[in-house]
Write a protein that binds this ligand. Structure first.
Ligand code: FCB
Length: 480
């Protein structure tokens, strides 16, 4: 009897370790989360530049953010849902246009409301990652020349000091600026986003201003944390975009042109920022500026990663430097927004930032527009697989935030693209929240702090081979 019982115990223990073997385990305390920004979900951001442009019909199909998904009023419900799904971290943004709707007039009620939102997250046991600037300006700032006006830096400094001092006790992580180079390029070189300009001069000034803003905020946040004597000081970084840009592969000089633009684009979109933070100097083709306090001013490297773009020469695209970046090569999967799915680009981005900065890495955004939710599970698993590979090679990746927690106002494309784990029909007056199946899949991954063979087999069978290989090499390195 005793023998049989101990045999059963041994059997159960073995089964358990066998099960363990069939999982890619993430490190203990890995920061699982979801991401959003203020303007894209709150609704009613009426004093902002985007709101004005929307009213003027500058978005696709005349889209307006309107009440968005009304997070401003429904945050409590959303946080309860997030807690029930077991998502431990939430990245949200704070809107300058709400805090300072008119020059120098701070809206204390708006600030108190943000405080309530942050307190509610705390009450639900959810950690906070707070973004200070996610592309949206107060209308009055935009009217005065936005980031190309040196005064804007002074105004931003006043706003940033105010909110940082008031909210310093809440966030665990801060993102000073979201995708600074995308903001500079989309708004100033490609005329895709407000203020719809296309001059290199404006791109350069915007990029330099955002670098300055970042350096300032980095110092303010650490100062405020010291003054508040926080037991655990927050960590500060930015969320930089690292798209993969490759030439389409046309023949002859067109091919050379595509290759050159891919290199230049990558430089302007990613490397300017990385070089600047690394060296303290912004090198922008025709200039070299030293930026006080910039060098080394990140506690973690935030990576926003979504896609690969293949750049093809197109003589009709004069406004876009004769490049069409929307083509999808045959056989390559793409999303509802036509973005190429290319998970290994995430692995490369992680490697590159680690090699350069040797600071912990957090994936501050990664996600897919997929209204049917058919591709999302594989997308998540494939990208997490890359995160796992990076961990196995010894890189301290500390977190992953899926974009987006909830369907949102997707900038110029309005409510068309559906990135959310939670679906919302914005035309429905009640804005009911419906978790998509992948919301539960993500919960399972978080609960187990691991990706199981079963999940891979069901949703991303093409990863079975690499999955077996990586498990054979052992759940070692930083995984617990
Ligand atoms: C990123 C933006 C984010 C969202 C996703 C889809 O570049 O930071 O606001 O629009 O793309």
């Amino acid at each position: 009897m005793l023998l049989r019982a101990s045999l059963v115990c041994v059997f159960i223990r073995n089964c358990h370790s066998l099960l363990d073997m069939k999982q890619m385990k993430f490190p203990k305390g890995f920061l699982w989360g979801t991401a959003t920004s203020g303007h894209q979900i709150e609704g009613g951001n009426v004093s902002s530049d985007w709101w004005r442009w929307e009213q003027q019909g500058r978005m696709h199909g005349g889209a307006v953010s309107g009440q968005a998904v009304d997070y401003w009023n429904r945050y409590e419900e959303d946080h309860a849902l997030m807690e029930s799904l077991g998502y431990p971290v939430f990245r949200i943004g704070i809107e300058w246009a709400r805090i300072e709707p008119e020059p120098g007039k701070f809206d204390r009620e708006a600030l108190a409301h943000y405080r309530d939102i942050l307190q509610s997250l705390k009450n639900h046991g959810i950690k906070i990652c707070l973004t200070l600037y996610h592309w949206v300006l107060p209308h009055w700032v935009a009217e005065r020349g936005d980031w190309t006006n040196p005064e804007t830096l002074r105004h931003f400094e006043r706003y940033a000091r105010y909110v940082i001092n008031e909210l310093i006790t809440f966030p665990d992580l801060w993102v000073t600026v979201n995708e600074p180079m995308v903001a500079a390029i989309a708004g100033n070189l490609l005329a895709e986003h407000p203020p719809f300009r296309n001059t290199f001069r404006d791109y350069r000034q915007t990029a330099v201003s955002l670098l300055r803003v970042h350096a300032q905020c980095y110092a303010f946040i650490h100062d405020a944390a010291r003054r508040a004597e926080l037991k655990k000081p927050p960590r500060v970084g930015i969320a930089n975009a690292y798209p993969v840009l490759v030439p389409w592969g046309s023949r002859g000089w067109k091919g050379f042109y595509e290759w050159s633009i891919a290199r230049l684009g990558k430089y302007l979109a990613c490397h300017v920022w990385d070089n600047a933070v690394d060296t303290g100097h912004a090198r922008l083709l025709n200039g070299f500026r030293q930026i006080p306090g910039l060098r080394g001013s990140i506690d973690y490297c935030g990576i926003n990663y979504y896609l690969r773009m293949s750049l093809r020469f197109d003589h009709s695209r004069r406004d876009r430097f004769f490049i069409d970046e929307t083509g999808v090569p045959p056989g390559v999967r793409s999303t509802d927004t036509g973005w190429q799915i290319y998970p290994s680009g995430l692995y490369k981005a992680i490697h590159d930032v680690w090699n350069r900065f040797k600071k912990p890495v957090i994936i501050t955004e990664n996600g897919i527009a997929d209204i049917s939710d058919e591709q999302r599970p594989a997308y998540i698993l494939e990208h997490l697989f890359c995160v796992y590979q990076a961990l196995q090679s010894g890189i301290p990746v500390e977190g992953y935030f899926y974009w987006s927690f909830i369907d949102n106002f997707e900038w110029r494309k309005g409510f068309g693209p559906r990135f959310g784990l939670i679906a919302v029909d914005h035309r429905d007056h009640n804005l009911v929240r419906y978790p998509r199946p992948s919301a539960h899949l993500y919960s399972q991954i978080i609960r187990e702090n691991a990706i199981s063979e079963e999940l891979i087999g069901t949703y991303a069978p093409e990863l079975m081979g690499p999955f077996e290989t990586i498990l054979k090499s052992g759940n070692r390195g930083r995984a617990d």
